[in-house]
Design a protein around this ligand. Structure first.
Ligand code: FPP
Length: 217
């Protein structure tokens, strides 16, 4: 969800205001994904590297996450949306970990869109966690299948489409393992300006892609 800071800067506002608008955009896109019948949507909310930002900015984002988890519960219930987490929950502030756990429990049986919040998430860290889980389970060597089975959400299929906003062409440590055959879509639109139109355009672009998985047509 890139471009919150630039959006705020363009408007002469504090970076935090960009994140506030970013939260509104996230809500719009969750709604659009749910209506479009998407089964899984992972939002990259906070990376393992984002702790390097100022205490004020980190605190603001965490407060937004808390507000989002609590404030959207009625919406999840109405729409059967299930909340899940990817990342290191142990490294989250205790109150955020508590809210996340509560939202996951509350929505665990919902069968609509699954929204996976990547929070304190890093792709390399997730791979290391998976290998450690395999070792703890007594594996001596790991295979691709074992690593996949030990990822944070092993039942969630690999992503078909990874969308980047604000014109960024980087993987940014996002779903490194799972993205092996994902299609990437880059939009110049800053995240706070994302509406269901941008999302529909991304889906349309995806539908025109030919996926060969290393094979030939
Ligand atoms: C990246 O843009 C954005 C973030 C690190 C924070 C994303 C958080 C939210 C949108 C709010 C919480 C959302 C949910 C769903 C709980 P940037 O700040 O790096 O922007 P820039 O590249 O323009 O500086």
């Amino acid at each position: 969800m890139d471009g919150n800071g630039r959006w705020a800067q363009q408007k002469g506002r504090a970076r935090t205001q960009g994140h506030l608008e970013g939260l509104s955009a996230a809500k719009r896109i969750v709604k659009a994904a749910s209506l479009a019948g998407i089964r899984y949507l992972t939002l990259y909310v906070f990376s393992t590297e984002n702790w390097k930002r100022t205490t004020e900015e980190v605190g603001f984002i965490m407060a937004l996450v808390k507000k989002y988890l609590r404030g959207e519960l009625a919406f999840y219930r109405e729409n059967g949306i299930r909340i899940r987490h990817a990342g290191d929950a142990g490294g989250l502030p205790p109150d955020i970990a508590f809210e996340l756990e509560a939202a996951m429990k509350e929505t665990a049986l919902f069968t609509g869109l699954q929204v996976i919040l990547a929070l304190n998430y890093g792709g390399r860290a997730e791979i290391a966690r998976a290998v450690n889980r395999a070792l703890a389970a007594g594996e001596k060597t790991v295979s691709e299948k074992t690593i996949s089975a030990c990822m944070d959400n092993s039942d969630v299929p690999d992503p078909d489409l990874i969308i980047r906003s604000a014109g960024e062409y980087r993987t940014s440590n996002f779903l490194l393992w799972e993205a092996a055959y994902a299609e990437y879509y880059v939009s110049p639109v800053l995240w706070p300006d994302w509406t269901e139109n941008e999302f529909t355009e991304a889906l349309a672009a995806y539908s025109r892609r030919e996926r060969k998985y290393g094979s030939v047509t």
